[in-house]
Design a protein around this ligand. Structure first.
Ligand code: AMP
Length: 398
């Protein structure tokens, strides 16, 4: 039996695991949440027996518990062939996935200043799996790497150039693994060659970002130095006027408070006063809740403006692609967004849109649309599994 591939995604208080076989079929996924709190818990998808975790369990404790449970179930009966880790920030150091040796790990640590909530927990996950599996090749796949092809005109802020030179202040972009997957999957569905396919991809989940991908490479994206810039998100504001900081400081709002508000109390939640969850807001709006209707309106209008903005980086457009929990499931958001872009020639087929493109190879555009519009379920774990195996095999030629 061939060894499987383990995919690890450590968030600030959560841990997701997935196991793939060598043919890239997902065998199992598991989730640990509320780590480092008294309510820490783990769950293996479709498992009958619960797995217990001690209160306050760390990422490492949860990882060990899950790996033991998967071993007992025969899914990780032998050591994996490769382990792939999602790492949020690779700065300008990483332009692609990297085999994790001591130098790469140190470089990820050096990027931690740019993602202080994420890179340290990613490193904790890497340290734990290295201890558990010292002889298995481990690979990092970065959220930022796919966007390292942005030209300076797209990644530079109009700030004093020393900010970039001395402090690495620039736009990095995130969700790169998802945007990469969408560009390849769109090319496949449309029967095109990835290296000559140009798309606009909108990843709309709890976090939201959009990318212009020209001839297979990312040339612009909406997230910036941090994942706060750009679109309206579940609890994040997206773009605001930087003049806000000074104005609110005058009102006694500290930088730390504003950081918290912009990241955790804004976006759909802030506007609706009810929920960060688009599905709930659509239901509330249907029952006449005006603030929810307004939140959806702001969300769709900002998204429409960004779709227009992404056009500036393209000379051709093979498809507009939607993904993420909202992008894959909300016909209302897609319809409402594109209703602002009639001038550009996007037209949806109401029935195909309603069915989320499920029976039409992802296509939801109508016959008279100027551009194809697709819905594609994203699969970042699959990309991480593929990259992990690819680099592991390169490092250990048979
Ligand atoms: P994700 O982070 O990709 O899991 O996406 C989460 C978001 O997708 C939440 O805002 C959900 O409410 C939203 N979502 C999932 N299903 C639907 C749906 N059927 N309609 C509208 N939004 C949805």
């Amino acid at each position: 039996m061939e060894a499987n591939i383990l995919v690890v995604n450590c968030g600030s208080s959560s841990l997701k695991l997935a196991v793939f076989d060598r043919l890239h079929n997902k065998l199992v996924s598991a989730l640990a949440e509320r780590l480092n709190t008294d309510d820490a818990f783990v769950n293996i998808a479709h498992a009958d027996e619960p797995i217990s975790l001690p209160a306050g369990a760390s990422h490492e404790t949860a990882l060990r518990a899950l790996i033991d449970a998967l071993r007992d179930r025969g899914i990780l009966a032998q050591d994996p062939a490769a382990i792939g880790h999602r790492v949020v920030h690779g700065g300008e150091t990483f332009r692609g996935a990297a085999l994790l040796d001591d130098d790469a790990i140190a470089a990820i640590g050096e990027c931690a200043g740019l993602a202080p909530l994420h890179n340290p927990v990613n490193l904790a996950g890497i340290a734990a799996t290295r201890t558990l599996y010292p002889n298995v090749p481990q690979v990092a796949v970065f959220d930022t790497a796919f966007h390292q092809t942005l030209p300076p005109r797209a990644f530079l802020y109009a700030l004093p150039e020393a900010y970039y030179r001395d402090w690495a202040v620039r736009r990095y972009g995130f969700h790169g693994t998802s945007h990469y997957f969408m560009s390849r999957e769109a090319a496949r569905l449309l029967g095109l060659t990835p290296a000559t396919t140009s798309i606009i991809s909108a990843h709309l989940g709890n976090g939201c970002s959009i990318s212009a991908i020209r001839d297979g490479i990312s040339v612009d994206t909406s997230m910036g130095l941090t994942p706060l810039e750009g679109l309206v998100m579940g609890t994040r504001s997206g773009d605001v006027d930087p003049g806000l900081f000074d104005y609110l400081a005058g009102k006694g709002v500290s930088a730390a408070e504003l950081h918290e508000v912009l990241n955790k109390q804004s976006g759909l939640l802030g506007l609706s006063g009810q929920s960060n969850d688009m599905r709930s807001l659509c239901e509330l709006a249907e029952h006449g809740h005006k603030p929810s209707e307004l939140a959806i309106d702001v969300f769709c209008f900002r998204l429409a403006k960004y779709i227009g903005a992404m056009m500036a980086s393209l000379t051709a457009l093979d498809a507009l692609v939607f993904t993420g929990g909202i992008g894959e499931n909300s016909s209302q958001v897609r319809q409402q967004t594109l209703s602002h872009l009639r001038l550009l020639g996007f037209e949806l087929d109401p029935e195909l849109n309603q069915s989320n493109g499920l029976y039409s190879d992802g296509r939801i555009d109508s016959a008279d649309s100027r551009f194809p519009v697709l819905v594609i379920p994203t699969n970042e774990e699959l990309v991480i599994a593929r990259e992990a195996l690819r680099l592991a095999e390169k490092s250990q030629p048979v």
